[in-house]
Design a protein around this ligand. Structure first.
Ligand code: FRU
Length: 566
């Protein structure tokens, strides 16, 4: 239908079109919680989070949670696609089916690990006949098949049972990629509820098949009750090369623990103490609203992997729809993945940075380039010549002075979305708002604004980045928050603040300050149609802002799971 084509993304990962109506998944607007999801059955393409992404023998594999035939969430199996460039994907048959007692009620999230000798293993959560969550192993059936279409289940599945004091057998899932400790044993972490706390439980094994629980957790916290999809990886401050967790970790490396909770992906940076075998965060914040986030928008259940082809770590996240379930029936699909991102640690060792994988640039058409622009208060510069529905935009903003910065109020950090609603794109400040307006109708009635404000804190500057969806569509009833995140910035040193935004029909994915704050958003405009949407750089702050460089490209359509399907 027209609706389905208008919003269907052109270069973000989605399942094949012809799975439409064969499957479905429950969802509630603006949330990804399965518990709450049991309210809105609908019939559209099932598509949930990422499972076990990996690079193996020249091929990238993407597995995802998929319901092939049910009308309710609960028949989850592993969908599978392969790629050589992370952008164009070939759909394959289901990789893991619900056909044994240890996964009969669902093949849930898991991770891939490459063992010595290039042996590959996937560990994933199964829901057993009693709906207990157990951990299972599969290995490729035929290593000479480059696509690894078929997988064999280990005879001794489940390899890990939900046993032990304090463990909730219904909250015990999503094993991580394995790593080797100094004793030569493999380790994995499993997300769990332990005595009402959230924990990344630690397990050890010699052979990846026989596991014993370590008497302490890798990390646990009483600030929430369950972490989904924990991810544990090593990073080197200031080095955007990735590290392989099962190789020797160099001196000076830090570890990151990512966890999914409260409908978002949060992380802690710390050290992995090899002696005590625990993760020790550099800072512990009791109030989890203050925890750093991988993405401040619509992004959940992400997983990362080490890409040995290019020596980088890549993180993938899942983004759900924020229109209504009846729209999804009309569209015939729901859910996309964010563009895979390279992820690394800043030179201060305090914050993760992310950037779309360079391969996405292969979709760029002719470059539109403007230099030396100046945006006075109220300034609006129309960016013409690119496809405003499928574009990649990079803008550098340069401050002419930092004297005007308004004072920062730390209480804003507790609810940044509230602050973004109050400090919208039309509310003038000392420095900012300035940024980008996309998918704007002729009269601006409909538009999405991505913008910055600069605040002065005691010894530093705090930059606010918002992605404001409140006017993104004239249609009522959509979930249209004003997403936002803050980052610290050394404005004495660096006077430029960069913004990159990938526009893909219903996706607006933004990277602020070189990837310090990322905001993934979904929008469903109705007034703007192909060819009529406008795109602007703007400034509504008192201080003039320069734009030394603005570049924009139309983005070609990628081959995402369509081969042989049309
Ligand atoms: C994350 C999640 C995981 C679970 C899977 C089930 O969204 O709830 O915790 O393994 O999805 O489909």
């Amino acid at each position: 239908s027209i609706v389905s084509q208008r919003y269907r993304t052109a270069y973000h990962f989605q399942p094949p079109k012809n799975w439409i109506n064969e499957s479905s998944y429950y969802r509630v607007r603006g949330t990804t919680s399965k518990e709450k999801n049991l309210q809105h059955p609908a019939s559209y393409t099932t598509f949930i989070n990422i499972s076990g992404p990996m690079y193996y023998n020249g091929i990238y594999h993407e597995f995802y949670q998929y319901n092939p035939n049910g009308s309710v969430w609960g028949n989850i199996v592993w969908g599978h696609s392969v790629s050589t460039d992370l952008i164009n994907w070939i759909p394959l048959e289901t990789a893991i089916e619900r056909d044994t007692p240890s996964d009969i009620n669902g093949c849930w999230t898991g991770s891939a690990t490459i063992l010595p000798g290039n042996r590959l293993v996937i560990i994933y959560t199964g829901a057993d006949p009693e709906k207990r969550q157990v951990q299972n192993i599969v290995v490729p059936k035929n290593l000479s098949d480059p696509y690894l279409r078929e997988w064999t289940k280990a005879g001794n599945n489940p390899v890990i049972q939900p046993v032990g004091p304090g463990l909730n057998s219904g909250q015990f899932r999503d094993p991580t990629t394995g790593w080797i400790g100094p004793d030569g044993l493999w380790r994995i972490a499993v997300g769990a509820e332990l005595n009402g706390d959230s924990a990344a439980l630690l397990y050890k094994s010699k052979d990846f098949l026989n596991w014993t629980r370590v008497d302490h957790s890798l990390y646990s916290s009483n600030s929430s009750s369950m972490w989904e999809c924990p991810d544990f990886f090593a990073v080197l401050p200031g080095n955007n090369g990735g590290l392989d967790l099962s190789a020797a970790i160099p001196n000076g490396a830090k570890h990151v623990l990512k966890m999914s909770l409260d409908s978002c992906d949060k992380y802690m940076i710390g050290v992995y103490d090899l002696k005590s075998d625990i993760f020790i965060p550099d800072t512990v914040l009791d109030d989890r609203r203050l925890w750093s986030r991988i993405d401040y928008g619509n992004f959940y259940a992400s997983k990362s992997f080490f890409d040995s082809k290019k020596g980088r770590r890549i993180i993938w996240g899942w983004t759900n729809e924020t229109d209504s379930s009846s729209d999804d029936v009309a569209k015939g699909w729901a859910g996309i993945h964010a563009i895979p991102r390279t992820i690394w640690l800043d030179s201060h060792g305090k914050q993760l940075l992310q950037w779309p994988v360079e391969e996405v640039e292969s979709l760029r058409g002719n470059e539109i380039n403007h230099q030396g622009l100046e945006l006075k208060k109220g300034g609006l510069f129309e960016i013409k010549g690119a496809d405003s529905f499928q574009a990649d935009v990079e803008i550098d903003f340069e401050l002419t002075s930092i004297d005007n910065a308004d004072p920062f109020d730390p209480s804003w950090l507790l609810d940044v979305e509230k602050h973004c609603r109050e400090a919208g794109a039309s509310v003038s400040g000392g420095i900012g708002p300035f940024g980008l307006v996309v998918l704007a109708s002729d009269n601006m009635e409909e538009h999405t604004a991505v913008h910055f404000r600069v605040y002065k804190s005691e010894h530093k500057y705090m930059i606010l980045m918002c992605s404001d969806l409140r006017s993104s569509s004239l249609r009522p009833g959509l979930y249209t928050p004003a997403y936002g995140g803050f980052f610290e910035y050394d404005l004495e040193k660096e006077k430029k603040i960069s913004l990159r935004t990938l526009i893909d029909r219903s996706a607006v994915e933004s990277f602020g300050g070189g990837g310090r704050v990322c905001i993934m958003a979904r929008v469903y405009p109705v007034a703007v149609v192909d060819g009529s949407a406008h795109m602007y750089a703007f400034n509504n702050g008192s201080a003039t802002v320069r734009v030394p460089q603005l570049r924009a490209w139309s983005m070609r359509r990628a081959q995402v799971n369509v081969k042989g399907m049309e």
